[in-house]
Design a binder for this molecule. Structure first.
Ligand code: 1BN
Ligand code: ZN
Length: 341
């Protein structure tokens, strides 16, 4: 954390590699049973990394992660219009939509807060296992709000218009809703929270900062100490590429390693094992209090970022399904690895 405070606020590393992901698969490979996992660990000795991965995958069951259904969530969420403070009805519709999609086995809490004269609502979904089974808690978060102004639009006349946020606001929500459904039908042996943060995307508008909702969440829940966490943001683009975000790589490299192990097991080619930019997002307030949370975000940001072109037209189900599969793999393998040691 000491090192984290010394990092300049925003360093853009404009490394751009052409991405040509074409993974249309919408399946997640579930991890093996504990017995199979032990057996594959025993057999692994002396194998190359690729052989180890193949061996683990050969013991996996397959279930669907439906990127098409996630696309439908994006369609529904954007149909409410922009989800920024100027549109309170759209915000209410969004909250009630998310609530309606969460399976009944999970509990929902609203964290309401005030900041800079704005009201915000974080929606906190919890999936719990018996206390004696695990004390691991994995937090997966995303923001559900959208930016008030399209201030990066190439057309100057559009820069006061709101952003619709198919990618920047709805894509993370869509993936988390489907993750919730998987956790309900195949409960992992660890505790999981899914947090939908409000007011992430008002940075540099008036005197607002980025990540207001998550900052408030961390401040107002000082006893909240998840073991680890992942924030996802902007994960539906047709040319999605997710490198290793800089602050995450400095402050939580072991979590990023686990994510990239999952990406390898899932053959999720949108994950690039290269350094990304430094992004102020909802992981930062957690890192600032010593909780290892990483940010999975498209970088360099796509051309639609903070423009009126951030619509579903540029989203693809194959991008959503890769991110969904990696998150599920991360959760299920966390369980297996914890228990084995
Ligand atoms: C991500 C998506 N962010 C905003 N929309 C965070 C961000 C903060 C991006 C600062 C660039 C600069
Ligand atoms: Zn944004």
């Amino acid at each position: 954390m000491f090192f984290f405070k010394k990092i300049p606020l925003f360093i853009a590393f404009a490394i751009f590699l052409n991405s040509s992901e074409n993974i249309g698969s919408s399946t997640v490979e579930l991890p093996p049973t504990r017995e199979q996992f032990r057996e594959s660990n025993r057999l692994e000795k002396g194998l190359t990394n690729k052989e180890k991965t193949d061996l683990k995958r050969s013991h996996s069951a397959v279930i669907d992660f439906d990127g098409q259904i996630a696309m439908r969530h994006i369609e529904n969420l954007t149909s409410f219009g922009p989800r920024s403070p100027e549109y309170p009805r759209a915000k209410l519709s969004t909250l009630s939509y998310i609530r309606s999609q969460i399976p009944p086995s999970m509990s929902i809490q609203l964290h309401e807060f005030d900041a800079n004269g704005l009201n915000g609502t974080n929606l906190w979904v919890s999936s719990r296992v018996e206390k004696k089974k695990s004390n691991t808690l994995i937090m997966i978060g995303t923001h559900w709000d959208t930016r008030s102004v399209a201030d990066r639009d190439t057309d100057i006349s559009q820069r006061n218009m709101p952003v619709l946020g198919a990618n920047d606001g709805a894509s993370g929500v869509a993936v988390l809703i489907e993750v919730a459904k998987h956790l309900h039908s195949k409960p992992p042996g660890v505790n999981v929270d899914l947090i939908f943060f409000d007011l992430e995307d008002l940075g540099n508008i008036g005197n607002n900062k980025y990540a207001i909702g998550s900052s408030k969440f961390v401040k107002e829940n000082p006893k909240y100490r998840p073991t680890t966490g992942i924030i996802i943001d902007m994960v539906c683009d047709r040319d999605l590429r997710i490198p290793r975000e800089y602050y995450s790589s400095v402050s939580a490299p072991e979590v990023l390693d686990r994510v990239w192990d999952s990406a390898e097991r899932q053959d999720a080619k949108v994950f690039k094992n290269v350094r990304g930019g430094a992004v102020i997002d909802d992981h930062i307030p957690f890192l600032q209090v010593g909780i290892p949370v990483v940010n999975l975000i498209h970088f360099p940001f796509p051309n639609t970022w903070h423009t009126t072109n951030d619509t579903i037209k540029f989203c693809r189900s194959r991008s959503l399904s890769q991110v969904g599969r990696v998150i599920l793999d991360f959760i299920y393998y966390y369980d297996l690895n914890q228990t084995i040691r």
